[in-house]
Every structure is written in C-alpha cells, then in structure tokens.
Design a binder for this molecule. Sequence first.
Ligand code: WQD
Length: 337
Amino acid sequence: MKKILLAGGMGYIGSHTVIEVINAGYEPIIVDNLSNSKIEVLDSIEKITGTRPLFYEVDVCNMKDLEKVFEENRDIEVVIHFAGFKAVGESVLEPLKYYENNLISTFNLLEVMQKYHCNKFIFSSSATVYAVSKVMPLCENFPLGASNPYGRTKLFNEQILEDYQKANPSFNVILLRYFNPIGAHESGLIGEDPNGIPNNLMPYICQVATGKLDHLNVFGNDYDTKDGTGVRDYIHVVDLAIGHVKALDKLVREENVGLKVYNLGTGTGYSVLDIVNTFNKVNGNLVNYQIAKRRPGDIATCYASSQKAYDELGFKATKTLEEMCKSSYEFQKRKEA
Ligand code: WQD
C-alpha cells in the first residue's frame, strides 16, 4: 500500500482524513505533537477502521525528529500538511508564534521531502486567504489578501509553495482552501474538540446544547444578509476529508500535476440563525441565543464555488446541514458522557 504522511493527523480535520485515507486503501503515517489534539484519537481511529496507524509524537518544527520519520519510512508517497495553529483571535495576540509554527513546519517538510525524494504535497489552506469580496461565490482566481496573522500564514504558505514548485518542476502541490468545516464522524468517536472556550460557531453551539455554556452570543444581526447574521459555507468534515482523498488520488494517478488550487466548500451559504434553527430542529430545542455586537474582523458573507474541484477532482460535498448538526451534537454528548 502507498504510504501517506499526515502532519497534524490527530487533529479535527486530520483525523477524519486518516479514516478516509484508510478507506481508500492507502497506508497513513501520522506525525503530530498533540499540541491541539489528544492521543485517544488513535484508539478511536483503530475502533472505526480496524487499523492502528503508525504514529510519531513529533513536532514538525523539529527537523531532527521529523527526519527520523522519513529515515524509518523511506517510501512515503505523499505528504498532507495539516500541522498548523488556526485560531484567528489568538494569531492577532501572538503573531510570532503563528508565523514560526505555520511557516517553519512547511520549510522543514519541504526540505526533508527533497532529501528523501518525496515530491507530492497537499496543503491545508483556507478561505481566509481571499481578499474581502462583495462578489460571491468565491472562485480560486479571485484576489487574495488575508486580514489577520493566521490568514497571512496560509497565504504566505501558498506563495512559498508556488515559488518552490516553480523552482522544482518535478514537485507537485495541491492547495485545498477550506471554508467552514463542521460535523463529526457518524461513530461519534471523533469530532471537533477545541481546547478551552470555542472560537468557532458549531463547537460553541454544542457546548450550549449540553449545558456546558449558558447561551450562544450571535455576533451581530445587522449585516447585509437575509436575516442580518453572518453567512458562511459550512461543509461536513467527512466531505472535506473525502476531498483530500480525491486530491491524493490525482497526485498518485498523474505525473506532472504542478501546482493546483481548489476550494472545498458546498457552494451554499447558511446564516448563523440557519445553523441555530437547524440544530434545534434535529437535536431538540436546546440552544438559546442572544444578539451581541459584531466580532471584530468578521465579514458578512463568505461561500465557495467548488466547481473546479468537481471538474478536476470529481469532488462534490453530499452531506446535509441536518447531518452536520446531528453528528456534531452526537460527538459532543459522547465526549461529555
Ligand atoms: C462563523 C459565523 C460568526 C461564534 C473561522 C476561521 C477560518 C476557518 C473557519 C480555518 C460568523 C458567527 C461565531 C460565536 C457567532 N478556519 N459566530 N457566535 O469566522 O467564518 O472562520 O473558522 O481555516 O479561518 O476564521 O468561523 O465559526 O468563528 O464563525 O455568531 O460564538 O458564526 O460571526 O458569522 P469563521 P466561525
């Protein structure tokens, strides 16, 4: 079986991708420093798939430790890079921590891949690389321009990879721009499990639903949207994981991919109140909310065109908003049981 290294493979998106990588017949190798994930995820992956992936508790920013992984696994076919910090608010307070971690991790991976002749790379990018746009849906050729240090690390990574691929034409890169991943694996064994008070909407709603938090603050209802609340492109994390396997298949199947970039979204925007109402409909009326003031840095509307991913990868998100809300809550309940 072809070996796939998943840097950050114990995290929310990484762990769901490990499962789909196994389902697709590849052999995953996980590298993760557990700074934003738990070792129990490995047991969950084994319970779900019957396979216990090879796991190295390694910080990708530590070149010596990273090189050991490649020394012991000489035939890694593709590297998928999830290993990055991702809290927008935290990145504003601690920019150097974000630039060091999110950039050095990429530099190290590229260097060690070159040394061990591995030339296929998938990068976890984000919708935050797009400049503010009145025109929706966002297409891959729209203007770029990040508005916070976290988003800039993603944009800088994209540009570094573009320069590197131009200088090394035999190196092949796929950039995947995520929109708003939510939901959890149907087993309820893995899901979004942020440390501390959640920044993102769905994990916050789930903690209100279980009573861990009192109510949801809806950050503004005076945006220029159908109900005044923010609109985003929510995609089920399992659909997102399958999108990674589609990209993986392309790199394995084709020789000279070069550098390609794809949005992974659904093409549909939902408002905050759509999420709350759908969550309450499928899980029982568990979430109450108050309208609060806007969160600095938020934009009114953001959703993707994923036509290019459909045309070139055969990717299409299939899971419904109801499934996203139900699976998120199932995971939260199991976690707190
Ligand atoms: C969604 C909507 C909020 C919390 C972030 C990152 C982005 C990407 C996805 C990685 C907005 C509203 C939220 C709350 C609320 N991550 N909201 N009350 O900001 O679209 O994107 O996650 O790539 O990089 O920036 O996601 O879930 O924080 O917010 O009203 O308690 O929910 O205003 O409209 P966001 P989010």
